[in-house]
Design a protein around this ligand. Sequence first.
Ligand code: LLP
Length: 417
Amino acid sequence: MTKKLPFTLEQAKTWRETFPTPFYIYDEAGIRLCVERLKRAFAWNPGFREYFAVKATPNPTILRLLSSLGCGTDCASAPEVEMSVRCGIRGDGIMFSSNETTEREYRAAVEAGAIINLDDITQIDILERACGVPETVCCRYNPGEFAIANDIMGHQYDSKFGMTKPQLFEALALLRSKGARRFGVHAMMTSNSLDTDYYPTLARELFLLALEIREKIGITLSFIDLSGGLGIPYLPEEQPLDIGAVGEGVRRAYDELLAANGITLSLYTELGRYITGPYGWLLTSAIGEKHIYKDYVGVDASASDLMRPAMYGAYHHITVLGKEALPPAGTVDVVGSLCENNDKFAVDRPLPKVEAGDILVIHDAGAHGHSMGYNYNGRLRCAELLLTQAGEVRMIRRAETMADYFATLDVDPEFPL
Ligand code: LLP
């Protein structure tokens, strides 16, 4: 089975002359369309806003593109807040959904005017010491039990995120006593879910919670943040989510539980993978073959460029560019150069015969791809390119150089030992 690409072998070969592999390339048109589809699916909710999860693709050009489409950013750290600010995103355009947060990071987020999303009741003290309790705050909920789960986020009883229900009620009342006036609730129960019912099921649970909060402590929530977690079809035989049906499912729950009980509130999402995942590819050149007890194809990218397969055993489809129509010549492990035996983009993958210099495209790498890169074995982080709507290619992050690698080190031979 194949997956569609918005570029050809000829184009990729030309790009490779200017930008040595490995590199990431993102498709502007695909990202735009995806955001438009999402906005249409939730247009019935007047305050709806997507806060793009910066952790998925922390690149200023991507953030500016998304901001131009009306998205805010969901940030987990001070550097992510700083990137948003440098892209002209501040105030309630930033959702600060962090955990185990320090006073310093709260100060950075509050200075940018971000909405603070508290992961735990004990964080209230830290936030207050750092900069006082802001007027608008959000609390993250962990119900313990939830119907839909997978291995990336774990099950809710085992999850380190969010507050229990009694803690959530106590936190909201405490925040009100300390001056907060607008409240939101946030929850993320799973990751990469292709289940059309995930958001509607979560929304239903949070809408019931909103009713209970109003009844028990007299707070009417201003917003509910459904966070991220919508999945993408990594496998070629999987179907993309019907986002229209997802929006409809949430609308039904909203009408039934909130509107019918006189509550109007804004819905927010913090999608990362859904927005950029399918519209980014890692391009890498084949170095050669190796045949020992198994057959290997070696490439010039490694897990330090894309760690999802090594970390989660995640499937990423691979196309040998120009050989899409050829039958498999056998099954191979596609491996990088790290001194780690899990440095494999694919295991036992049927592929056509790969020759040195062939360009391999690793699909669905647009989210949690480059951002999870690292420098093990002295591997340098690779470049990111954007294929613009006009069909031009622009470098939006250069590859790291040896100088970058040494920038944080002191290699002074005179240093007294
Ligand atoms: N909001 C919060 C608070 C999150 O923790 C996450 C992801 C998101 C939003 C965005 O989730 P998404 O829509 O992209 O699934 N690195 C992993 C996924 C870990 C998810 C962590 N949180 C991966 O490569 O699959």
